[in-house]
Design a binder for this molecule. Structure first.
Ligand SMILES: Cc1ncc(COP(=O)(O)O)c(C=O)c1O
Length: 374
């Protein structure tokens, strides 16, 4: 039986051809393909936004914080459940990540918790669209506006997701995407920020490349520090080949997710994700009460691996990492995020999967559940 990883990028002839053309062109780092990719992505997102590409979403998020002048003494509200890059970038600029509790099913931060976490040091709210499910942005926008806070969307997992019928990234506030290989489209490593604030965009471009600014005559100045966070043309060419396929990929992801939701049983030890409009199903993450089942997650992973099924863990709760415990966070602070951290399992989901693959995963999982409850 063929091995089924939890994710795999869909790369075909178009991607190979696009990369080959760049390699043969004589210009392989940031140049015309990167500019083309930024324009194509802005067109895809809509809303009149401009896109600035980066070598990762981590770089993009860090650059947004720097460009907004967020640093020591400031607080940024982030969900306790995300990939650790979400909080790390806040630490990196010298600010304090203020974790908030998440919802068990959507895994997205809870607006009431955000409200309670506001202080006079809060500068930004940074929600994560977990696994491609859009956060309820309307109340967050209201909160950000009424408290003069920047709303920064960590949309690393949400390319192609929609909120109230509009693409995530079309709203105008800074929104950051990732094109890491496990994302819904990939540039190998890569990221992009979409926004409509021209001053912020100009600063993002400067921060991305050594702080360099050029006047109309091409004269160079360096008004501030900048890093080295640019996306090369080879990667952008991959992105250009992937982007026209994105909606098809996401439609297939939705079909597969629907199949999981139909074939997986109602079981007291199992928490399933929910189908909602605009979900791009970056991942299919379940919670399993391993303790109630009398087993451990590692044992279940091994049993699934033994029949060729790979699973992921997304994610341990961030506030329990030692760096964040050193900032004063402790076990018990965010019980839902902690529960997800210990019970989560990511089932295989990628566009090239077959319907039978889903059935195979569901059967394997049901056998484990039956075995445990018998
Ligand atoms: C929610 C979230 N934020 C940020 C990142 C960082 O993305 P990148 O690997 O492109 O730096 C990731 C990557 O998985 C992520 O899932």
């Amino acid at each position: 039986m063929r091995d089924l990883p939890f994710t795999r990028p869909s790369l075909g002839d178009a991607e190979q051809q696009a990369v080959r053309e760049v390699l043969e062109s004589g210009w392989i780092t940031t140049g015309p393909k990167t500019a083309q990719f930024e324009t194509a992505l802005a067109d895809y997102l809509g809303g009149g936004v401009t896109v600035v590409s980066f070598n990762s979403a981590t770089s993009g998020l860090e650059a947004i914080l720097l460009a907004a002048g967020i640093g020591p003494g400031d607080e940024v509200i982030v969900p306790a459940m995300s990939f650790v890059a979400t909080a790390n970038v806040v630490v990196r600029v010298g600010a304090r990540p203020v974790f908030v509790e998440v919802d068990l099913v959507s895994r997205n931060l809870r607006v009431d918790e955000v409200r309670d976490a506001l202080t006079d040091r809060t500068r930004a709210i940074m929600p994560v669209h977990f696994a491609g499910r859009a956060v309820d942005l309307a109340p967050l926008r209201e909160l950000a506006e009424s408290h003069r806070l920047l709303l920064i969307e960590d949309a690393a997992q949400a390319i192609g997701s929609e909120y109230e019928g509009k693409r995530i990234g079309a709203s105008g506030n800074p929104v950051c995407f990732s094109f890491h290989p496990n994302k819904n489209i990939t540039t190998i490593e890569g990221g992009a920020v979409a926004c409509r604030d021209t001053a912020l965009l100009a600063r993002l471009r400067r921060l991305r490349f050594h702080g360099i600014e050029r006047d109309a005559a091409g004269n160079m100045d360096v008004p501030e520090w900048g890093g080295k966070m640019n996306l090369p043309d080879v990667n952008a060419a991959l992105g250009l080949a992937q982007l026209p396929r994105l909606d098809g990929f996401n439609a297939r992801r939705r079909e597969l997710a629907r199949r999981y939701l139909t074939e997986l049983p109602d079981h007291p030890a199992l928490v399933l994700p929910q189908e909602v409009d605009g979900h791009s199903w970056h991942m299919f993450c379940i919670c399993l009460d391993f303790e109630a089942l009398g087993t451990e997650r590692s044992a279940v992973q091994q049993q699934l691996q033994a029949v060729g099924i790979g699973c992921g863990i997304h994610y341990p709760a961030m506030h329990l990492f030692s760096m964040y415990q050193a900032l004063g966070y402790a076990a018990g602070d965010f019980p839902v995020a902690e529960r997800i951290g210990t019970q989560t399992l990511t089932l295989p989901l990628f566009p090239d999967m077959l319907d039978e693959d889903v059935t195979r995963v569901c059967r394997a999982l049901m056998q484990l559940l039956d075995g445990a409850t018998r």
